[in-house]
Design a protein around this ligand. Structure first.
Ligand code: NI
Length: 161
C-alpha cells in the first residue's frame, strides 16, 4: 500500500469525467487500498480516484467516528435521493476551505465492490452528503460549484452528527 499524491485546486484531473472500471483485478485492488490509505492519512471522509489523478470511477468513504467503516465503491451511481440538508462541506482537494452546500438528506447508492459484486447502500445525513460529494467527483464536479452563502439561521452545533 502507498499514500498517493492528492491533486488540488486547478489540477485538470479534478474537472474531467472518469471512465467506468471494467477489470476487477489486482491493479484495482491496489488502487482501492492506496485510496483508503491516502484518505485516512489525510483525515478525510472520502476520496475519489480523480483526486489522485486516476480517471476511473472508484470512491472510498468512511464517515464513522472510529474510522473503521470503510466503504469501497466501484462504478457507483446514485439511484434515489430525497429530502434536503444544508451544512458546511470541505474537500481534500481544497485544503483548509469549506462552504455551505445544500444536498439531499437521503441517498441510495448502487455500486460494485472490488470483485465486481453489486451492492446498495441507503444513506442519510453526513454519509449521504459524502456519497453525493464523491460521486460528483467522478463527473468532474467539485463541491465549490454548489456553495451558497451560509444562511443566518445555520447552527453549526446542530450540523455535528
Ligand atoms: Ni472532495
Amino acid at each position: 500500500m502507498a499514500i498517493r499524491r492528492i491533486y488540488t485546486g486547478n489540477s485538470l484531473c479534478l474537472y474531467k469525467k472518469a471512465k467506468p472500471v471494467t477489470a476487477f483485478d489486482e491493479r484495482l485492488a491496489e488502487l482501492i487500498d492506496d485510496m483508503a490509505q491516502t484518505m485516512y492519512d489525510a483525515d478525510g471522509l472520502g476520496l475519489a480516484a480523480p483526486q489522485i489523478g486516476i480517471l476511473r470511477r472508484v470512491v472510498v468513504i468512511d464517515c464513522s467516528e472510529g474510522r473503521n467503516e470503510l466503504i469501497e465503491a466501484v462504478n457507483p451511481g446514485v439511484v434515489y435521493v430525497a429530502g434536503e440538508q444544508g451544512g458546511l462541506e470541505g474537500c481534500l482537494s481544497f485544503p483548509n476551505e469549506s462552504g455551505y452546500v445544500v444536498r439531499p438528506n437521503i441517498a441510495v447508492m448502487r455500486a460494485q465492490d472490488r470483485n465486481g459484486v453489486e451492492f446498495e447502500i441507503r444513506a442519510e445525513g453526513l454519509l449521504a452528503r459524502a456519497i453525493l460529494h464523491e460521486c460528483d467527483h467522478l463527473d468532474g464536479k467539485v463541491y465549490k460549484r454548489l456553495v451558497i452563502p451560509t444562511p443566518d439561521s445555520y447552527d453549526p452545533e446542530a450540523d455535528l452528527q
